[in-house]
Design a protein around this ligand. Structure first.
Ligand code: UTP
Ligand code: MN
Length: 582
């Protein structure tokens, strides 16, 4: 019996009656991660889901279908499914990707050839039919259609789940950007640091992670950083756990993980029993939580300020509008009305009451809380991937006019595979390692000015990371140049209405490029643990600027993202598996 089946409470083999929990626990410990027993073998299909290009509703639905068809003792169902955390163990791979190049970023091609690779419809239709349908009709990759037909469960019986075969090692891809996550990582869900584990965008216990995330946010809003961090860590562990958590697997697996003592444990158990966490639900409906999270969602207002406002008796957006003296209802305006409104606001704040100009003409206005408040409706709208790409293209075209030879990577949630992002984050450097050292400093400010003149950037939020370039300190020029901006694409016939978006630009010297790319790819928990891992396990210091050895302050100069992982002694983890936050 494949080991990966041990998560299912009813994972029994030849027993006709359900084994007692004790009996199950014994079976579990005796069979171990690579143990095997038999019985339903031959019927259970190992399923691996490639999340890229799937929206979270579909991912959840696919997980639900797999779960619904989990092997049950005595079941005669001809569709018995099991989620595999390692693609090597699966027989069927479900993906919405249709191109080899893209697919190879997630699954090694040599492994892919041994599997049936189908679209999500295969699972949906098979579930309806109650049996595995012919895979050829649902082949996702035309290049592997033959293999898909041949490897289809209606051709070949038996599930490989749990019998991971070490001889099928994935030969590493030549190009680092298409390197799939190191297969060993998927077995590492017990590991302490998020950087040792695989954390998909949507995990089999996403509902639980979301509930815990409400508690985490509530603690954060209350200024209880330590408590918030404890939840963040627990969420991170859950994100990497490859099976649905049941009462049994909670006891055998989860409760043994670091951070699942007392309080957190009781919350997880509540979720297992009822499908929600009562405290999270009451939190969501509480006036205090609603007001605090509303206030803190405005750029420039943090938890402390949000609490101060609440203590002053403020509760709603209208209260904020009154406080900041913004015309009420600004957030209800159409994009065109909003532009007009912004111009008026600009004119108003451009001069002090005694007529002195506040800002030099031509310089990019700072975003203030009133502006953020007025733009709230637009800045809250999530950005689809193609628009993020369009933003990058426009920015890089303008940058090329100022300075040829610049390179960029879209980082943040986009790079981790999120279908929708709250902002766009772009790390920029120069292709020439030597020349970049002098070409990059100062470029961020120049680009912002240009984007402002072109009407693309409307406001900047943060220029403090902007260290003036100091020739005497070249050796120690140790900061990134950041511009956190409000950006608006120009209308085009296909897209006549554009709205304001948040755009973060991060300029790094070539030697800082890969650490910046990793740092800004996130997720926050992943990055936090990368620092911690470096410090505690490797005696090194990692941040977005540099990777240094502590005892002699030797600085490493990584030439690729993979090299950073290598230096830190970490297995490669693809960005799409760095979603360690809920
Ligand atoms: P974001 O806040 O943009 O989050 O930070 P996100 O993961 O892209 O998700 P969205 O935007 O809400 O969709 C991106 C990453 O950049 C790093 C953090 O590690 C974060 O994961 N970051 C952010 C920094 O290093 N420094 C900062 O000042 C801000
Ligand atoms: Mn982002």
């Amino acid at each position: 019996m494949p080991s990966k089946r041990f998560q299912h409470s009813s994972a029994s083999s030849s027993d006709d009656d359900r084994p007692s929990p004790r009996k199950r626990a014994r079976r579990r410990s005796s069979s171990g991660p690579s143990g095997s027993d038999s019985g339903t073998e031959g019927k259970v299909l190992g399923i691996y889901i490639v999340q890229a290009k799937l929206d979270s509703a579909t991912i959840n639905e696919l997980y639900r279908l797999v779960d619904e068809h989990a092997p049950k003792s005595g079941s005669e169902s001809s569709l018995q499914l099991e989620l595999c955390s390692d693609v090597k163990d699966a027989q069927v791979i479900i993906t919405a990707i249709r191109m080899r190049r893209r697919f190879e970023r997630h699954v090694d091609w040599d492994i892919a050839k041994l599997k049936a690779i189908v679209t999500p419809e295969w699972l949906i239709e098979s579930a309806k039919a109650g049996r595995p349908l012919p895979c050829g009709d649902f082949a996702a990759l035309s290049e592997l259609e033959e293999e898909t037909i041949h490897n289809c469960p209606d051709h070949q019986e038996g599930c490989d789940c749990g019998k991971s075969n070490p001889s099928i090692q994935s030969p590493l891809n030549a190009s680092p950007s298409v390197r799939p996550t190191d297969p060993s990582v998927f077995q590492n869900w017990r590991a302490r640091y998020a950087v040792q584990r695989a954390s998909p965008l949507v995990c089999p216990n996403q509902g639980l992670a979301n509930e815990l995330s409400i508690l985490r946010r509530a603690r954060e809003l209350e200024g209880l950083e330590k408590n918030a961090l404890a939840y963040e860590r627990a969420i991170g562990m859950i994100k990497s756990y490859p099976h649905r958590i049941t009462r049994e697997s909670f006891k055998s697996d989860i409760s043994k993980l670091p951070g699942f003592g007392g309080k957190t444990a009781s919350k997880v158990l509540e979720y297992i029993e009822t499908g929600s966490i009562p405290e999270a639900q009451t939190t969501l409906t509480s006036e205090r939580y609603q007001s605090l999270s509303l206030f803190a969602s405005i750029y420039g207002i943090g938890p402390t300020k949000a609490r101060q406002f609440y203590d002053m008796g403020m509760r709603s957006i209208e209260d904020l509008e009154r406080y900041y003296d913004v015309a009420p209802g600004a957030t209800l305006k159409t994009p065109a009305e909003l532009d007009e409104f912004m111009r008026e606001m600009e004119a108003e704040v451009a001069f002090t009451p005694n007529g002195k100009r506040v800002r030099r003409e031509g310089t990019v206005p700072d975003i203030t809380v009133p502006v953020a408040l007025a733009l709230r409706g637009e800045l809250d709208a999530p950005i689809p991937r193609d628009e993020v790409e369009e933003m990058r293209d426009v920015v890089m075209r303008e940058l090329a006019e100022l300075q040829p030879g610049c390179v960029s990577t879209i980082v943040g949630g986009y790079r981790r595979g999120k279908p929708m992002s709250n902002d766009a984050d772009i790390v920029i450097s120069h292709e020439d390692w030597e020349k970049g050292k002098t070409l990059i400093p100062g470029l961020c400010k120049r680009l912002c000015a240009r984007l402002y003149q072109k009407g693309l950037v409307t406001h900047v939020m943060h220029l403090s990371g902007f260290h003036g370039y100091n020739a005497l300190r070249t050796e120690h020029w140790d900061s990134l140049e950041k511009a956190l901006t409000v950006f608006k694409l120009k209308p085009i016939p296909e897209n006549p209405v554009r709205i304001h978006r948040r755009l973060d630009l991060i300029f790094a010297l070539p030697e800082s490029y890969w650490t910046a790319v990793i740092g800004w790819t996130g997720s926050k928990m992943f990055q936090r643990d990368l620092r911690l891992w470096a410090k505690q396990e490797k005696g090194m210091k990692f941040d977005s600027v540099a990777l240094t050895r502590r005892h002699d302050t030797r600085r490493f100069l990584p030439k690729s993202e993979k090299e950073v992982f290598d230096i830190l002694g970490l297995p490669w983890i693809d960005p799409t598996m760095r979603n360690a936050d809920a």
